[in-house]
Design a protein around this ligand. Structure first.
Ligand SMILES: Cc1ncc(COP(=O)(O)O)c(C=O)c1O
Length: 390
């Protein structure tokens, strides 16, 4: 039987394939250090786990849940947005809990894209934007992010193109994979661009709490904090990275009532509300104070120093202002591209780094190192790589 046409050009997700290969190498006794995927290796806060345990022992928590999440969760999301981003969202109307922000990307594309509608997608960028646009029947229009434009969209160049069919634009700051941090000016330009061209901006914001090396912890930024943003922006957010809860699948979408209702029309036909104890644990997670983020950033700062050492030993160049969960480096002259460097390091030193090309052509000359490994593991990776004498 043939697969549906919509799957043409959509391969299995890169990490799904690569993790299988790594597991086979491990079964052959290789002991691969995996610095690929951005899945936090530390647990959530102990009190968050305790809430999940306590709540799941109750008798009356195991049924289907409301598609919009329980009021306590929606209120916690609204409070969290107010506390950290200084953004007012109405908990009844402007918040939609999601089973991870990844699923939200698909819901968004299915909600707004007709066959042939266009969506602006960052290159390099999170691969799911492209796949979701294509699966929904839309057309991907890549916009380039690179060192020379400081990983910011070139709005003048975009404005000079025909934007008549563009309905959506995906943006993501702190940007994955480059670690580029947002600025107020950039955020204002994004909102202005959306308003001028009647394009719905989808801001994907899972890394806002993870800040550059040794930065004193400062409140993170939401695109919704820009004046006028509610007209043209919906924002995806997630507890995966900020609260070490990637496997729990807790995300959210915030935006104006009409947009949220539209997504709910699609989503409520696709899945159900989250397991209630997970929702209550998410409420606890979102009540954590600044100490949580300070210790998280301290840990990632120590790791980031090591990851930068690793990039140096690989002959990569990089800038030191990267936020998020990764270190992004440009491959030196010895290697054709990030794929070649990644293979060399995987097969000769049993360390896996992500080739930047999986995030789009603009990532071809780069590799990405995940900070989701202990400093001991990073040290081990460093000594293995040093012994390669690259
Ligand atoms: C930019 C970006 N957006 C979204 C996600 C998905 O996060 P979630 O776990 O909330 O689905 C990731 C995960 O790696 C990501 O890097």
């Amino acid at each position: 039987m043939n697969t549906a046409k919509r799957l043409e050009g959509i391969g299995e997700y890169y990490f799904s394939k690569k993790l299988r290969e790594i597991s086979e190498l491990n079964q052959q006794g290789k002991d691969i250090i995996n610095l690929g995927i951005g899945s936090p290796d530390q647990p959530p806060h102990a009190e968050v786990i305790a809430v999940l345990q306590d709540e799941s022992r109750k008798n009356n928590v195991h049924g289907y849940q409301s598609y919009k999440g329980v009021p306590a969760l929606r209120t916690a999301i609204a409070d969290w947005y107010k506390t950290w981003y200084d953004v007012e969202v109405n908990s009844e109307e402007e918040v939609l809990p999601l089973i991870g922000s990844k699923e939200g990307i698909m819901h968004i594309c299915m909600t707004w894209l007709n066959e042939g509608d266009e969506a602006l997608v960052p290159d390099p960028g999170y691969p799911t934007y492209q796949s979701a646009v294509k699966l929904a029947g839309g057309k991907v229009i890549s916009y380039n992010l690179n060192e020379s434009n400081h990983y910011e969209p070139d709005f003048e160049a975009l404005q000079a193109t025909d934007l008549g069919k563009v309905k959506l634009m995906f943006v993501n700051y702190p940007h994955m994979p480059s670690g580029k941090m947002p600025t107020r000016k950039l955020f204002q330009e994004i909102v202005d661009f959306g308003r001028r061209n009647d394009i719905l901006i989808i801001h994907d914001n899972p890394y806002s709490f993870l800040q550059p090396l040794n930065a004193k912890f400062a409140n993170p930024v939401s695109l919704l904090s820009v004046e006028g943003a509610f007209e043209v922006v919906v924002e995806l957010n997630s507890l995966s990275k900020s609260h070490n809860m990637a496997g729990w699948r807790i995300g959210m979408l915030c935006g104006n009532k009409q947009r949220i209702d539209e997504v709910l029309r699609f989503k409520s036909n696709m899945d159900s509300g989250m397991f209630l104890p997970l929702q209550m644990a998410a409420v606890k997670a979102m009540s954590l104070g600044e100490e949580w983020f300070v210790q998280l950033n301290r840990m990632y700062s120590e790791r980031r120093v090591k990851a930068y050492d690793l990039l140096r030993s690989l002959g990569c160049s990089f800038n030191m202002d990267q936020g998020g969960l990764f270190a992004w480096g440009k491959v030196g002259e010895k290697f054709r591209d990030g794929y070649e460097l990644s293979d060399e390091v995987l097969y000769k030193s049993n360390v896996f780094l992500t080739p930047g090309g999986i995030f789009g052509e603009g990532g071809n000359s780069f590799v990405r190192i995940s900070l989701c490994a202990t400093t001991d593991k990073l040290d081990d990776a460093l000594s293995r790589i040093k012994s390669l004498n690259l």
